[in-house]
Design a protein around this ligand. Structure first.
Ligand code: FAD
Length: 475
């Protein structure tokens, strides 16, 4: 297969023949699936995204910010290192392999990952940007999913409505910025900059111009923004507060055995646990994915230390264990945060000129999109869709197609669901299941840790055909 697969774009929705697989959302996870589906020429696939082009978290491509996973966690390598869509092949097409070789960088710049993904997205014929998917329903006559979309112009304005049909579907709609309830009243008044970290770079200069800035949230984004602002503010007049609910500005778990929680072995183990055990486990594992990488913490301490060289301490206050109870405006130019210190049991107020809400993301809601499918969706005790080991939503057998999900299954598959390191493996798992063949043989073992005790083999039972077991017809 050529190393530079430039192929023309075509639109499948015009053909009457249903797609074998339609994908909603083109973030890294569905992009990985599209890249691994590309060589399977018998598969008719199409992926849709409402954005005009691929851009990965543009508001946080802070200079020097890197991925938290090694470059091998690209879109395809961990399933098919010979794929033309590997990060190394991208470097080859850009004649940058030697510089990368000598850079000795295992963790690449976030901006480079964004550029690599965009290169893949501009080369795959199955991708259709500027398409907002509005609704999905099951068409029992055609035994297909019916997908309604709005074609958007470059300005985001609706231009046309359309419908396409697919035997199977994959949801990769990702996450949306989360703003905790007490802080929501702040977010909608323009005078004082109160922004979610997702939009940081669009507001960086305005935030720098604020005499006093408060960063709320001790995840990676909060740390990077605090560091970026600290470095750019005059020594001795930094005027920055960094607040966090967590008891400490804690490092991300990055030990080699700890990282085995991001393996297929752990994902399989977690999926096999009882629902209530899974629900207890996830919150206790916050340091696996919600804390701060060591290098960023070290860089923050270095910068603070550097600012004491000529005497005095920087005007930067870092306080963990604090939650914002309420927040309100003071006049038109300031905000007052009402703070609770959990351990001390004390309260205080902080007046500030600008706020960055580094308060994380939540899985994007799918209930509106899937409203027409609701009667078919099997749910768990917490009313969340049940997701099987193949990343398929468990549906009523009347639905003979499969509905796969990517990065909406933390409740069934664990903390690895949003992890880029599992992208290629999950995509391959989906394609192996969809084609009922094994275009991508996967390792039977991926960790040194043995999660759980060996289980006696399940007693022999007569297999009953399950929902969604229709095979994709061989073309
Ligand atoms: C700043 C940041 C840095 C991160 N860094 C790392 C890292 O280093 N390592 C790691 O493992 N993970 C990282 N993550 C976590 C995770 O990998 C990313 O969030 C990743 O982008 C998730 O990919 P996704 O494909 O699920 O969704 P997204 O990237 O969120 O993409 C979803 C897409 O779906 C589209 N969409 C949604 N609804 C519709 C609709 N109805 N119609 C059409 N299109 C729709 C959206 O427009 C969007 O383009 C990071 C997350 C953030 C926020």
């Amino acid at each position: 297969m050529s190393s530079n697969p430039e192929t023309p774009l075509t639109h499948p929705a015009t053909s009457d023949e249903p797609l074998d697989l339609a994908g909603i959302g083109i973030g890294p996870f569905n992009l990985s699936l599209a890249a691994l589906a590309h060589p399977l020429s018998h598969l008719r696939t199409a992926f849709y995204d409402q954005r005009p082009a691929f851009h990965w978290h543009p508001g946080l491509l802070i200079d020097g910010a890197t991925l938290q996973v090694p470059f091998l966690a690209d879109l395809v390598t961990l399933a098919d290192p010979a794929s033309p869509w590997t990060f190394l092949n991208y470097l080859k097409t850009r004649e940058r392999l030697f510089p990368f070789y000598f850079a000795e960088r295992f963790h690449i710049h976030r901006a480079e990952y964004d550029a690599y993904c965009r290169w893949v997205s501009e080369s795959l014929p199955s991708l259709h940007f500027g398409h907002q998917i509005d609704a999905v329903r099951w068409n029992p006559e055609r035994e297909t999913f019916e997908i309604d979309y709005t074609q958007l112009g470059a300005d985001g304005e609706a231009e046309a409505l359309g419908r396409t049909h697919a035997r199977n579907l994959v949801l990769g709609i990702g996450t949306t910025p989360h703003i905790p309830v007490p802080l929501r009243p702040l977010a909608d008044a323009p005078a004082v900059p109160v922004i979610h970290s997702a939009d940081y770079l669009d507001h960086r200069d305005r935030l720098l111009a604020a005499d006093h800035l408060t960063v709320i949230g001790a995840g990676q984004s909060g740390a990077e923004i605090f560091l970026d602002q600290l470095r750019a503010r005059p020594a001795g007049r930094e005027g920055v507060h960094w607040l966090a609910r967590t008891p400490a500005f804690a490092p991300m778990e990055y030990s080699k055995l700890g990282l085995e929680h991001f393996t297929p072995d752990y994902t399989r183990y977690f999926h096999g646990l009882p629902e209530r055990v899974r629900d207890t486990l996830v919150p206790t594992q916050w340091q696996l994915h919600k804390a701060i990488d060591h290098d960023t913490l070290a860089a923050i301490h270095d910068e603070l230390y550097r600012r004491t060289l000529h005497g005095g301490w920087p005007d930067a206050t870092l306080t963990p264990g604090v939650s914002v109870r309420t927040a309100g405006r003071v006049g038109t130019t300031k905000v007052e945060l009402h703070l609770d210190h959990t351990q001390q049991g004390t309260r205080s107020r902080l007046t500030t000129d600008a706020v960055v809400l580094a308060t994380g993301y939540r899985e994007r809601r799918m209930d509106t999109l899937l409203a027409a499918l609701d009667p078919y969706i099997r749910r768990d005790a917490a009313e969340r869709p049940r997701i099987d080991a193949h990343h398929r939503m468990v549906l009523d057998p009347a639905v003979t197609g499969s509905l796969y999900v990517q990065n909406a299954e933390t409740h069934t598959h664990g903390v690895g669901a949003p992890d880029l390191g599992l992208a290629a493996w999950r995509s391959a798992t989906i394609l192996n299941n969809l084609t009922d063949t094994t275009p991508y043989p996967l390792p039977t073992r991926t960790a040194f840790t043995t999660f759980g005790l060996p289980q006696p083999p399940a007693p022999h039972t007569r297999t009953i055909p399950t929902q969604g077991s229709t095979l994709v017809p061989r073309h």
